[in-house]
Design a protein around this ligand. Structure first.
Ligand code: PMP
Length: 381
């Protein structure tokens, strides 16, 4: 709509660099098979849904009050979850949480980024990372991944020495490729980061904060270990997790991280007061009480993933090794045609990653069957 003479107009002072930008987000389309944002395809059971609803109803009775600002009970239960899931014992004070791991990582950039500072990552990787940088006025620097989407430790160490980033973001498993980092690579990066952060107020070098984003950590293949095992020796490490993926609670918006308490104290400075609502805290605690049931699906999603990888390779496609609940496949001469052909058949996947590749989330066996049948048709066209 245009403005007419008597309607006041304003030229809003949008910050330089934000002009013409669109909000991030995959299309939310109403189609039968949704395999585009790496959700867990299994909704909570009736028992879980009823417990969450009860907990929320109880919390609703004190909504006149602000919630527990430091969410101590939730932090303790998240620590307990990590103990069961990864075998690492952490104190509640070593856990931080926010509305999705996106917000947790934004807190990290708010505390450690800023003008004149850099955040380093390795492309292709999660497309929200440059947005955290943009929104905190931090320089965004990317190194490269190898042809198999793995990370060359020597290259990573060189990039750290060259750019002296304040924060290093490592997704493991990586989105959109599914690639997990061997812990030796993470250790090499942690060693290089120990004295390669920006210069502190005393003129001495700080440590760069290394963030291992394990949003998909629970899907890792047998025999691989979480970066949580490195926390004890590395006070400059933060391991981010989320309830959105393996835990099947994307709608809840609850992400968290584990780190040294000194790092957590820095995040407490930049968070908005009461950022986790009483309803979120209550629902998350109720869901965590059902962790055994929710975690039971992880094994079947893993085997469904491996089945999908085998099928795609059998079909002559290239597939990146995946430790996540999604698979990147290619190389397609016209990936948009394939994406659109699938959508026309009621299947939404994600057009993301290097040119020629597409990403598909692991669904139920029925959804996999619908996907493979449709893909077969589209590729034969
Ligand atoms: N990290 C990675 C690598 C992701 O793929 C995602 C979600 N797509 C997130 C973090 C953020 O998830 P959430 O905010 O739901 O925890």
């Amino acid at each position: 709509t245009g403005s007419s003479a008597d309607v006041p107009t304003a030229r809003l002072p949008l910050r330089a660099g934000l002009e013409g930008l669109h909000p991030y987000g995959a299309p939310q389309l109403d189609v039968p098979v949704l395999l585009n944002v790496n959700e867990n395809p299994y909704p909570p059971s009736d028992a879980v849904a009823a417990d969450v609803a009860d907990a929320v109803a109880k919390a609703a009775r004190s909504l006149n009050r602000y919630p527990d600002r430091d969410f101590g009970e939730l932090r303790a239960e998240l620590a307990e979850y990590l103990r069961v899931e990864s075998g690492i014992t952490l104190a509640a004070e070593q856990i931080w949480a926010a509305n999705g791991s996106n917000e947790v990582m934004l807190h990290l950039l708010q505390a450690y980024g800023g003008p004149g500072r850099a955040v380093l990552s390795f492309a292709p990787t999660y497309s929200m990372y440059p947005e955290y940088a943009r929104d905190t006025i931090t320089d965004w620097v990317t190194g490269r991944r190898e042809e198999d989407f793995g990370l060359d430790a020597g290259h990573a160490v060189d990039m750290i020495a060259q750019h002296r980033p304040a924060v290093i973001l490592l997704a493991s498993p990586n989105n959109p490729t599914g690639t997990a980092l061997p812990l030796e690579t993470v250790e090499a990066i942690l060693d290089a980061a120990r004295t390669s952060g920006p210069t502190g107020a005393d003129g001495e070098p700080t440590s760069a904060v290394v963030v291992v984003d394990e949003a998909y950590g629970e899907f890792r293949r047998a025999g691989t270990r979480s970066a949580l095992t490195l926390l004890a020796d590395n006070p400059h490490l933060a391991v981010a997790r989320t309830m959105s993926k393996a835990f099947g609670m994307a709608g809840l918006r609850l992400g968290y991280l584990a780190a040294d308490t000194a790092l957590i104290d820095h995040l407490r400075v930049v968070r908005l007061p009461y950022h986790l609502s009483a309803l979120t805290q209550a629902a998350a605690l109720a869901a965590l009480r059902h962790r055994e049931e929710l975690m039971a699906q992880i094994a079947s999603l893993r085997s469904e993933r491996d089945r999908l990888v085998t099928w795609l390779r059998g079909r002559g496609l290239q597939v990146a090794d995946s430790d996540a609940n999604f698979v990147l496949f290619g190389v397609l001469p016209d990936r948009h045609r394939v994406w659109k052909g699938l959508l026309d058949r009621g299947i939404l996947i994600r057009e993301v990653g290097p040119d020629g590749w597409l990403r598909v989330s692991v669904g139920t066996p029925e959804e996999t069957a619908a996907f493979t049948t449709a893909l077969e048709e589209v590729l034969e066209q």
